[in-house]
Design a protein around this ligand. Sequence first.
Ligand code: FEO
Ligand code: CA
Ligand code: CA
Length: 667
Amino acid sequence: MNDQSPVPMLSASQLENNEGPVDNLSDNATMGELIAARFSRRGFLKGSLAVSAIAATVGPIALTLADDARAAGKSAFTFEEVEVGIDKTHHVANGYDADVLLRWGDGIFADSPEFDPLNQTPESQAKQFGYNNDYVGYVPIEGSSEHGLLVVNHEYTNDYLMFPGISKVVKDAKGVAKLETAPADQKRVDIEMAAHGGTVVEIKKTNGKWQVIKDGKLNRRITANTEMRLSGPVAHNDRLMTNVDPCGSVVFGTINNCAGGVTPWGTYVMAEENIHGYFRGKLPEGHKEAANYKRMGIPGGTYAWGKFHDRFDVSKDPNEANRFGWVVEIDVNDPKSIPKKRTALGRCKHEGAESIVAKDGRVVFYLGDDSQFEYIYKFVTRNKFNPDNRAANLDLLDEGTLYVARFDADGTIAWLPVVFGQGPLTEANGFANQADVLIETRRAGDLLGATKMDRPEDIGPNGVNGKVYVMLTNNKARDAANVNPANPRANNAFGHIIEIAEEDGNFAATKGKWEILLKCGDPSVAKVGASFSTETTKNGWFGMPDNCAVDADGRLWISTDGNSPEGTGRTDGIWAVDTEGAARGTSKLFFRVPAGAEMCGPLMLPDMATFMVAVQHPAEDGTDWKEFGRPSYYEDLSTRWPDFKDNMPVRPSVLAITKKGGGKIGV
Ligand code: FEO
Ligand code: CA
Ligand code: CA
């Protein structure tokens, strides 16, 4: 893209769905021919609602569990299901309130300016809740489920929804209406940068309703300009040195923070996902990072930031892009603490970083790399979690072992160490040390023969049943020749969910078993091959699992990205999915988003009396919803949720769901 060309409209499919060119051109085994050995494609071919379809996708462990529980087994959820549909607002199950807690532009400090959408500035945005809330986490204050810190990622920005007077509808060559958005000036870029990152804000429940404590001492905005440190094995490596930072350790900002996690020691971790879009320009001819950047799709050229900030232009500061694609840790107890990019967890398009303490006290982080044919990782800390001394845990993420997953046809999973000097990760393959291995985590995965997955999103360890749930959102680029047992569907439009049981229930184990919990999509269409239980209603099935929450009872809640009126006949939402007993594979719709939105979060608070959900990019697109049927933009929005005022744009928001009269959610 040259500097004169208009900046393309940012759409969810460009920024989020990763359906662009496949970055992984490695030829490690797809095991297509082994598909018949396990999960023969019975499930795929017969599909549909039949119990046989479930039997085809679940292995011996689950069947035993299911057999044992079948007589007594009931669903863990008894709420009255929401009807699928689409309109301008959100819907929650009967008997629940879904209250708006934080909207884009809401002040989070005592001195934050009022949100003024016609006169936005970078300074005001930096004191307000950012755009496109994604991950939502909670750090309790004194163990409370009614008073704590809410942490929220702001993944990306939609300029045409945020800014007045920059977009118009034009006809393309075929006469189809499309949106054209003016190139960004520096002020707009700087507002966008301030709308990225994350928010830490104190919240409290009073008389059953949640409120933001604006003068909370720990409140904080993290942006694309916040000073951070690179720590762990890659810090100070010459591949991280830039014009601004010849030491290779000081970096400004974090971008495209998708999912994340809260660690057992109460810090907030953010996963940098689609970082490629923020870089533009052309690497100098023959530059040594060329292959590395190609593997990550850098530069993606979606945003105009590099026009005004040289570090986002790879022709001017070629190493800056190596300083993104990490997991960032923030000590929320100190609002002045410098966030750390924990390089030991590898560099890729990190989706999330949920963690759990293993039997021996080490801490295990599950990590997905969300692109087509990319891998699943886990990181096991070298040292043990110390529950009695918070400070002793603060650098646990700098030392440990990163593993990448290989799913075998016999139903076992092998976690392969991503460690310099082991197996193929040697100088002969271009790695001089562990820093090189971590900077090019994807290539290390290729060489190790990891299993190419259907876009790994959130991964949720479940401390109650000892399993791990992996969301695989879709992969339409997979064809019949390269299916593998863990990704058994060609043209996988609707995604699936894998359940992992680590050996001996030890989350730090290097092997375990796996099976498919659900193949998603419409179970009434046989060729889709979905495997929801027969108890699942027409409202209960979904496509494109994205984020997940495991609550204190071990119940699984799934949020989706990419359901649409034309695609699946429904919006995105939250579905409750049974994993145990006879009800295993039954799904029910609990909440659905307004038009154009994607569902993020979700998060159940420890007492299970509050469920936080994040509504991301409401009013995006508009053409897909027949009743609106045209591009949606600031002046002509498909919905003005949640304020519904003519002078207010649509606002991505976090909602707090509670049961009317209080009590445990979902029953
Ligand atoms: Fe940002 Fe992979 O979702
Ligand atoms: Ca996601
Ligand atoms: Ca998402």
